[in-house]
Design a protein around this ligand. Structure first.
Ligand SMILES: [Zn+2]
Length: 278
């Protein structure tokens, strides 16, 4: 798909399974169980869709999935079976890690930042890339709270910072042509969301603001979101923008719907046209 100056593709860097109580937060099981089929441990299978943006002189990857350094405990909790998914997904897209010029990591949760470092060699997974995240998220990830510390694995990102490869963006900074960076805090402070600019149909990668297509209604806030009321406001902001601009929204964790357009209905939103792949 062509969006603005980029040829755009999503790749799935692997599956994991998350607890439905966590995913759906305050939404009662009596409601969500009509829509999903959890496994025997009450978990829902989730993808990790990353975004590839290819322009004349850049190959940009947005988020990196769980990678190959997940510890035994997290592997079991999240049912992570395969640690070669990122390599395979890139190979299927005919991209080698050396080709990537820039890696944007929306936030440093282990299921988005796991592929920044190749844990077999302990070297950056993308040796020629400049890496970006927000300064606020980096500071937070280094000093998380008791609630969210299990979501961060410092060996995923600290080595990059120590090598001087991780550029820390301050709120408002716009480092790359053709991409508008927004700075949010509802899911985790400093989470970057991206608009791939296009006159006709901009593409929005909002990471865990909308992990799946089920999370379009404004009040579908997960238990992982640190500041739910802020997230509510941020969701309303992005859904209005996507609807008004006729844009597409990507769902990083949905196993069926990779992207969708949205429409306004009463005082909320719903998905309109859906895409299984882009
Ligand atoms: Zn997250």
């Amino acid at each position: 798909m062509k969006t603005g100056i980029f040829e755009v593709k999503t790749i799935n860097a692997g599956f994991l399974a998350m607890d439905c109580g966590g995913i759906f937060g305050v939404v009662p099981r009596a409601i969500w169980q009509k829509k999903v089929n959890p496994d025997e441990h009450n978990r829902l299978k989730m993808a990790t869709h990353c975004l590839l943006l290819i322009s004349e002189n850049r190959k940009i990857l947005v988020d990196t999935g769980v990678g190959n350094g997940v510890g035994e405990k997290l592997r079991i909790i999240f049912n992570i079976e395969d640690d070669t998914s990122l390599e395979r997904a890139l190979a299927e897209a005919m991209i080698s890690p050396e080709d990537i010029t820039d890696v944007i990591v929306t936030h440093l949760h282990f299921d988005h930042a796991g592929g920044l470092i190749n844990h077999r060699s302990q070297l950056p997974f993308f040796p020629n890339a400049q890496y970006y995240t927000s300064e606020e998220q980096f500071q937070w990830a280094n000093n998380p709270t008791l609630i969210d510390r299990a979501s961060f694995t410092k060996r995923n990102f600290l080595p990059l910072y120590e090598k001087g490869k991780l550029q820390l963006l301050k709120a408002g900074e716009q480092p790359l042509d053709g991409i508008r960076f927004y700075y949010s805090r509802g899911h985790t402070p400093g989470l970057l969301t991206l608009e791939i600019e296009d006159q006709q149909q901009p593409l929005f990668y909002c990471a865990d603001l909308f992990p799946t297509a089920f999370h379009i209604p404004l009040h579908y806030i997960s238990a992982y979101d640190l500041y739910p009321v802020d997230l509510l406001r941020e969701k309303a902001f992005f859904l209005k923008k996507i609807w008004e601009k006729g844009g597409l929204l990507i769902f990083p964790h949905d196993t069926n719907i990779v992207a969708a357009s949205v429409e306004k209905i009463n005082n909320d939103y719903q998905i309109n046209k859906t895409f299984n792949r882009i």
